[in-house]
Design a protein around this ligand. Sequence first.
Ligand SMILES: O=C(O)c1cc(=O)[nH]c(=O)n1[C@@H]1O[C@H](COP(=O)(O)O)[C@@H](O)[C@H]1O
Length: 253
Amino acid sequence: MSKITPPRFDNPLFVAIDTTDAGRAAALARAVASSAGGIKLGLEFFMANGAGGVHAVRAAAPDLPLFLDLKFHDIPNTVAGAVRAVAPLAPALLTIHASGGPAMIRAAREAAAEAADRLGIATPPAVVAVTVLTSLDDTDLMSVGQRGPSGDQVLRLTDTALAHGAAGVVCAPTELVRLRGRFGAQPLMVVPGIRPADAARGDQKRVMTPAEARSAGADVLVVGRPITGADDPADAAARIAQEIAAAELTGAA
Ligand SMILES: O=C(O)c1cc(=O)[nH]c(=O)n1[C@@H]1O[C@H](COP(=O)(O)O)[C@@H](O)[C@H]1O
């Protein structure tokens, strides 16, 4: 499998717009457009609104790259077909589950490249592999028969994902330093489980603040409810973007 050059984003803040309401999603995209580096649409939105809904949200924030987070996990042939089916949406990033295994990861990567070529899309979607969901802790992991602690399992799954063609992984911020130490600067590290110091954790278990996650090496910070659930989502996004930028300045000093 040839080496991949993952995409890089000047602004690492991707806003997770999780709602079934396409009008609300478009309004949120418009509200955060000047502070965000990208928009993430996931299962909740896609199941309710499909490809047409994705086009509507993109029209509201046309300059922002799309992260389509559908977390494919099936036999290789089915995942390849699903990747081909969403390729016309030209997402910058697309998720699969690393635990789908080597053949599935390769099938996703190959389908993304072939479909982009066929459709004349210059940059194929970067396939990123979800390792251990940020809503799981060590006890949860053991209860589904996976070997913990979660940091070790994330390392093993990242090894597999990168060896079989993923451009990067989705992991918790708490694993970043270890992953960067092992895999270097090249793989794209996409990081949810981001919570500003004063925000509710909700169902997220392995979390850090935006500044901590950026300093630890996150390329993409996925933030949903701390922005979409705020009274003023535009202001919340701007504050988080500022916190990330300040962390970069500190890191560079
Ligand atoms: O793949 C993801 O983006 C993802 C992986 C993961 O391990 N944890 C996780 O929270 N996510 C997604 O990241 C977003 C986090 O949203 P908030 O918890 O509202 O900030 C949601 O859209 C999740 O689906």
